[in-house]
Write a protein that binds this ligand. Structure first.
Ligand code: URA
Length: 433
């Protein structure tokens, strides 16, 4: 088999066989096929697309390019959750203890990554002493005893995707539906869960700006998951404005804890409840939405979910007192209000721009070596559809560096659009597949 022939076949609109896909994925992972040939193939796929069978074969080839985690030492049906990401997305922090409190075992391997804020691991490290450096034995033991454990990624999961994603990133071939779906799903399949619940975001803060694209991606990923024999659901949810009110690591941890105390922002609560419902069904704990919602509500109202978070934090070396008293978390040196420059309805928030404000404050990583400031971020007090008068407070900037406050304020205000008429109401949950 020759890489040249595979490139030409795809360039001319042909369908790649499983053998051809296995050949290039294996050859590229081993360093036997050069970047320039794989770049050409990625561009051919970008223009000619791949069908369902090719996409499933590519996913399976990438998933099997490294370790396939065996979670059979964990009792029960293991359900994983994945979000395509966005601004203020602290969903895992509330959702994992909530579903664990209902009996769904959560075994997550996470990386850190780049972004407007840190990832789930960075946020959890806001609890003094919390560590994700667990041995595999301790990881399994914690899931079996506590119901939830998160460890840093040690296993060599989907190395083919790691190489391909890095190559796509510099060859303008990221935004192809089949390539994105196979990239995400190869990692999820290798991580070993029995069932997968996907949160696909849409809007100005999401990878998929249009609902149409978000649904297409969600459908593609669900087909792959089900094709690989895993029970899979996808929820398409709004990311046209930041999720909840908090953007920034400790601010988000506090909001996630408040949510478990029954005091979460309504959009965030709706998302957590919807994802939780599907996780309980995927985990075989409940048969329908109604009984799942009831169980989740009980876990929230009884304090069981909050207690589960405290147990989880303690089991991984963290100080669980912070769960019960969030005033213990450190605060930024400067907390500065941003006032509305005009009167009217907030008709649009350029969500990505609010994320960039968090990055400017030091809340996220621009390169993989950047150090995150956990205390900084933004706390929004007004969101889309709210009516404001001139001088009303739109948000509070939490900063540790007085010199960046004015530039963040300018950028934040440019992200808001005001209108004399109320904008059309948009739904948090766009659909479920
Ligand atoms: N996230 C991934 O993991 N892969 C993609 O291709 C795009 C987003």
């Amino acid at each position: 088999m020759r890489m040249y022939d595979i490139i030409m076949k795809k360039r001319n609109g042909g369908e790649l066989s499983k053998e051809e896909i296995d050949f290039f994925v294996e050859g590229y992972t081993k360093g036997e096929i050069p970047d320039y040939q794989v770049s050409a193939l990625m561009m051919a796929i970008y223009f000619q697309k791949m069908n369902e069978t090719e996409t499933l074969n590519l996913t399976m080839a990438m998933a099997h390019s490294g370790d396939m985690l065996d979670l059979s030492r964990i009792k029960g049906v293991k359900v994983d959750k994945h979000s395509t990401g966005g601004v203020g997305d602290k969903t895992s922090l509330s959702l994992t203890p909530l579903v664990a409190a209902c009996g769904v075992p959560v075994a997550k391997m996470s990386g850190r990554g780049l972004g407007h804020t840190g990832g789930t691991i960075d946020k959890l490290e806001s609890f003094p002493g919390f560590t994700t450096s667990l041995s595999l034995d301790k990881f399994f033991e914690n899931v079996n005893n506590v119901g939830v454990a998160i460890m840093g990624q040690t296993a060599d999961l989907a190395p083919a995707d790691k190489k391909l994603y890095a190559l796509r990133d510099v060859t303008a071939t990221v935004d192809n539906m089949s390539l994105i779906a196979s990239s995400i799903m190869s990692k999820k399949l290798a991580a070993g869960a029995d069932s997968i619940v996907l949160d696909v975001k849409t809007g100005s803060g999401a990878f998929m700006k249009s609902e149409e694209d978000a649904f297409a991606l969600a459908n593609e990923m669900v087909k792959i998951g089900r094709g690989a024999g895993r029970k899979t659901f996808a929820i398409v949810s709004d990311m046209d404005q930041p999720l909840g009110n908090a953007v920034g690591n400790i601010l988000e941890v506090k909001e996630a804890i408040d949510t478990l105390k029954g005091k979460g922002p309504t959009d965030f609560v709706e998302l957590v409840m919807t994802l939780g419902t599907k996780m309980l069904i995927a985990g075989g704990i409940c048969e329908d939405d109604e009984s799942a919602k009831k169980m989740l509500t009980n876990a929230l109202e009884s304090g069981a979910a909050l207690k589960k978070l405290a147990e989880f934090v303690k089991a991984q070396g963290g100080d669980e007192r912070y769960v019960y008293d969030t005033d213990l978390f450190p605060k930024a040196k400067f907390i500065v209000p941003v006032e509305s420059p005009e009167e009217g309805y907030i008709s649009h928030i350029e969500c990505d721009e609010v994320g960039i404000c968090s990055l400017m404050l030091g809340g996220g990583r621009e390169t993989k070596d950047s150090v995150i400031d956990l205390a900084v971020g933004l706390y929004l007090t007004k969101k889309r559809g709210d009516y404001v008068k001139k001088g009303d407070i739109l948000c509070y900037i939490h900063s540790d560096d007085e010199s960046n406050i004015e530039s963040v304020k300018d950028r934040f205000l440019k992200a808001y659009t005001f209108s004399a008429v109320s904008p059309e109401k948009t739904e948090m949950i766009k659909g479920i597949i």
